[in-house]
Design a protein around this ligand. Sequence first.
Ligand code: HDE
Length: 723
Amino acid sequence: MTDNRETQPIPGTPSSVPPTLDEPTEPHEPLPPKPDQSGPETVSPTGQPTGNDPARNAQSGAYLTTAQGARLYDSDHSLKAGPRGPVLLQDHHLREKITHFDHERIPERVVHARGAAAHGVFRGYGSAAKISKAAFLAKDVETPVFVRFSTVLGSRGSADTVRDTRGFATKFYTEEGVFDLVGNNIPVFFIQDAIKFPDVIHAGKPHPDREIPQAQSAHDTFWDFVTLHSEATHHTLWNMSDRGIPRSYRTMEGFGVHTFRFVNDEGVSTLVKFHWKPKLGIHSQVWEEAQIACGVDPDFHRRDLADAIESGAFPQWELGVQTFPDNPEQMFQGIDLLDPTKIVPEELAPVQPIGLMTLDANPSNYFAETEQVAFHVGNMVPGIDVTNDALLQGRLFSYIDTQLTRLGGPNFSQLPINRTHAPVNDMLRDGMHQTAVHRGVAPYRPNSLDGGCPFLAGADTGAFIEVPVEVAASRKVREAAESFDDHFSQPRLFWLSMSPVEREHIIAAYTFELGKCYEQAVKERGLKVLARIDAELCAQVAAGLGLPAPEPDGPLADPEPSPALSQIGKVWPVDGRVIGIVADKDADLEGVRAVCGAVQDSGMVPLVIAPTGGVIGEDGDPVTVQRTYATARSVEFDAVLIAGAPGDASPAVDPRLVVLLDEAFRHGKAIGSWAGGERLLSSAGVPLDAPGVVDGGAGTEVLETVTELLGGHRVWDRFPSAV
Ligand code: HDE
């Protein structure tokens, strides 16, 4: 513990403590914030700049103070009656410090508790202008955004790479107010009506008795629910596919899930479904990789996002919409647009790009920004409106309600991260944590005392006006439309659209998850559901569980597959990919230097792995080691290169390196070697003639082939059932 009495002496007080050498002895100005450390512009609801003023933030002034601004001379010792106590109740600083600490935690989100976020900018293409009057969609308009990615089931401290749906929530700070697009990385949802949301979440969360398992769907209550509610089949199938274990937040698609409305200047409404398309392509981990990452790097996705942004590899997504005529039926080619368990295949309604989002700055403070951000599907701007989707309608209630407990009152929109960039003139007053100092005496309207202000806007002055759709005169019912009863045709469509290797992953995922259930009845019901998707899927999972495969208890649909749903077979940019380069003192260090340079030139990240830390090579230009055999694990690398073999030709390879190479090989990663490195590969049991194992030539030549392989994400030919 550091004692600063010597460095900040109280006048007239002798001190026997020697000065510390590792702390500055004179107050000095703090370092300027890094370029990526500034939050969005902030204005208070009364138009005053507040909050983000650096002069008012902790850590930016020279002297430590209490919350009231009194300077402190000691923050390490309680006020005592003599050096050996007792501690005095009158120590205000002690009580303030401990009391504040006691209340540092707020309730975590009931779902989506684990998240990571980034700031960025959205630029409209103008292509949506004909169907939406939203100003931020106009050509070249730039709008600041804040995006929070999340898992759904796990607690705030849970691992990133679990099998789960991912949240993809975007706050657009538009000039017409905040627009929140609160979506997921899966385009359908478990349920068709919000009233079931507490049920599906209770089923997915840990069992109430032992509170296990954490952040997992592989347990009885989850499978009990999703097999009893067959509407959940489609979403569950996406979860069991590679979409449930993304490689990175940067390589996920995002979806608005519900059908929304766009409204143009003439008041014409068009139905739309939102899609985020990642510029880096859609990529996933393999299951074993995801499981290992849960242990060796539980922050895998959070770190990946922050590192990429810090290194300047700014992730980008194109926002697109599928559009449909807003007719009274709200159906498109037999697909009910109000049913959130259905997609519309892109082959039937292409995704039309309307803007580009770039994430270019990490948050400065996790709590203030990522934790306190409050999204709400009801935050809309003129030009965008909701539909009658019963899931969406329930969400319109839930998101404000949940913030009251989570953020401690009704004024959460005043928190810096939630503040709109549009002028606010509301008549909401008082409440917990009110930070605005409202003026005027008449927070009601009409009034004559505040000059009649504020006035109402109209369509021509930018008011948000709901689309005046007809509400069908009908009886009150607790029912859904008949088309909502079709729970299996789209799961079959998804299955038929998968490549063989993707199907294999799905079979393995169901076998794992149902295999983790204890209840025989749940496993058997799970197989009955699979029989309605596909006979081969059901048979293979049944074989894995050691159970008979049931016959389907209804007809199988015959949908046209949608190739757009498959993640495999395309070539993508390699930006931000991580290349591990194994080297030791006997390696071709010149080659390593050249390869590191070439990796960086291609926008990728080189990480040199060596037996120990420090540097390799004692001459003038040593190579810096970033990972050691103790800290490296295959999951961090998209490809591994070996820059030579130990000079003594010893066949014994460090067992940690064997694990690294074995995993990289089995997970379909490109592996390259040069300068004798193949000796090391064979000793580690990597077959040199396997697909995607590259040897020979100079290091940079090997890298070239490996980079080409990376464009396809993995060496798919190495999996048992190749594409
Ligand atoms: Fe949410 N959801 N949700 N959800 N949701 C929340 O709001 C809810 C649904 C989604 O990073 C909560 O602020 C209901 C679908 C994301 O802060 C809560 C229903 C989709 C996030 C809530 C749904 C989502 C949330 C918890 C059924 C994809 C994280 C904390 C009708 C389209 C946002 C909070 C962030 C968070 C309610 C279904 C996405 C409780 C009642 C469908 C990405 O209000």
